[in-house]
Design a protein around this ligand. Sequence first.
Ligand SMILES: Cc1cc2nc3c(=O)[nH]c(=O)nc-3n(C[C@H](O)[C@H](O)[C@H](O)COP(=O)(O)OP(=O)(O)OC[C@H]3O[C@@H](n4cnc5c(N)ncnc54)[C@H](O)[C@@H]3O)c2cc1C
Length: 219
Amino acid sequence: MPDYPKTSRNRVRRLPARASYDAKVIYEIIDEAPLCHIAFSEEGQPFVIPALHGRLGDQLFIHGAPASRLLQHIVADHPVSLAFTVLDGLVLARSIFHHSVNYRSAVVFGRGRVVERDDEKLRALEAISEHLLPGRWAEARAPSRAELDATKVVAIAIESASAKMRSGPPSDDKEDYALPVWAGVLPLALRMLEPIGDLRQAPDTPLPGYVRVLMSPCS
Ligand SMILES: Cc1cc2nc3c(=O)[nH]c(=O)nc-3n(C[C@H](O)[C@H](O)[C@H](O)COP(=O)(O)OP(=O)(O)OC[C@H]3O[C@@H](n4cnc5c(N)ncnc54)[C@H](O)[C@@H]3O)c2cc1C
């Protein structure tokens, strides 16, 4: 997979050694981030809206109500920028100044189009669903005609993108390494807690295997 060309729009200026323009790296971050934030500007006012996403190749999919201002903005061929963030740890330095976080993040630029055809719309909705919980799409009831019509789906082709990552221990000033202050990394990960079954299901309804796998301590 090629790199996204470095331009004035996507070039990471601060700490460029942490940057990557490799599509594979960027796609991995997009796929691991559970949600994204989409930025757009309307009449000079910036907005940032959180959303769920799915990805197939270089296409990102977002869904929502047809009345959503964000989706209307995207289908009107206005540019958007999306941010994806995975927080890997808190980095505790000996000085407050050098505290940091370990992370992987991606910023993407593109324009969208409405997904009209039913087959593509269903593939896009499946991509969004499978991104959050692989296996769920095959088990749950498929969208009805009315539900499909009530859902707007947009595809955003990734035109330009960048990634930025930090990992590893804190980096303190030389003279601070002698301070008796605990320093190091507090690793963070998103994990599923004990499932809470809906009271309105038959009590013997089994927990799906694709959920049990996520509960396993070795997963
Ligand atoms: C969880 C997290 C917390 C952070 N906290 C802070 C903070 O508190 N203060 C702070 O100054 N910075 C923070 N950063 C870093 C911040 O995201 C920017 O990288 C930073 O502001 C420097 O941007 P810049 O001036 O180099 O680039 P800008 O001129 O702001 O951006 C130029 C281009 O660089 C790319 N880019 C910039 N940052 C990122 C990124 N993080 N990921 C992918 N592409 C990027 C984009 O394509 C962007 O269009 C944090 C990052 C993460 C992921």
